[in-house]
Design a binder for this molecule. Structure first.
Ligand code: ZN
Length: 260
């Protein structure tokens, strides 16, 4: 399924949630600058560091962006596009489609497309803010011309959703930085892992994807992965992964083209 000579694929994806993750969780957070500053860090500090890392490794990535983040931080999104990375909607606000009416969901989708396309990007993919769909999502994605979704956890490689025109680029919690690092200040129920522990897990997963010919898709959040120690880990992981000369590095859009 991969280009000639390639045994497996790898993609780096970033859900650039910034403040919207907290506002989506509780709209009252919009008036809590201290809480929101956790997301602001993603736009202010982390994205530039990530762009620098990607440039150093010559990797083109996919950024899933709630359109309201693009409205609040247009200069950052401009930098992402100018560096050649792929943009794809992640809601207008960071609201799970399963909590919206069909009309509200469609409005979020259309607004998300319009805002991201205003940056001159060819926008064809979708990652839901909750990695979940409503009963209308698949139909709406097809109506609005989406090529792929990156939301489900049922495979190791891209595949076509039955009865639809949509390609699915599967993800998994184990390859999500938030599952390992996202401390929850409201409940204190989540632990902060060491970066070396996460490197061990991701390295082991990558060996498996390579052996099985899958598409290793890391799903990261600038405000989470963009801490100095974690970026150092990502840098080392990518350096090691780059020693495999039969791994095709691609954006999600490129991965989707490989599915017949
Ligand atoms: Zn998100």
């Amino acid at each position: 399924m991969w280009p000639e000579g390639m045994r497996a694929a790898a993609a780096l994806t970033f859900d650039f949630d910034a403040e919207e993750a907290w506002i989506g969780e509780d709209p009252a957070n919009a008036d809590r600058p201290g809480v929101l500053s956790q997301g602001t860090y993603g736009a202010k500090v982390a994205v530039p560091l990530i762009l620098e890392l990607l440039e150093r490794h010559g990797i083109t990535a996919t950024f899933f962006v709630p359109a309201r983040v693009a409205e609040r931080h247009p200069e950052r999104v401009r930098q992402i596009v100018d560096a050649g990375h792929e943009l794809a909607p992640h809601g207008y606000t960071h609201t799970s489609p399963s909590t919206l009416s069909r009309e509200e969901e469609e409005a979020e989708l259309v607004k998300g497309l319009d805002v991201l396309r205003s940056f001159g990007s060819d926008v064809v993919g979708y990652r839901s803010p909750s990695w979940d769909f409503s009963t209308s999502t698949e139909e709406l994605l097809q109506t609005h011309g989406f090529v792929y979704s990156s939301n489900f956890m049922d495979d190791l490689k891209p595949y076509r959703r039955e009865g639809t025109s949509l390609v699915e680029i599967p993800v998994q919690w184990v390859l999500d930085d938030a599952a390992h690092f996202w401390f929850d200040g409201a409940t204190w129920t989540k632990k902060i892992s060491t970066a070396s522990e996460v490197r061990e897990i991701w390295e082991g997963e990558f060996r498996g994807y390579h052996r099985l010919g899958g598409a290793f898709v890391l799903a990261m959040h600038p405000q989470v992965i963009g801490r100095p120690y974690r970026l150092e880990m990502l840098d080392g992981l990518v350096t090691w992964m780059r020693t495999f000369d039969d791994v095709w590095w691609a954006t999600c859009r490129e991965l989707a083209t490989r599915v017949p």
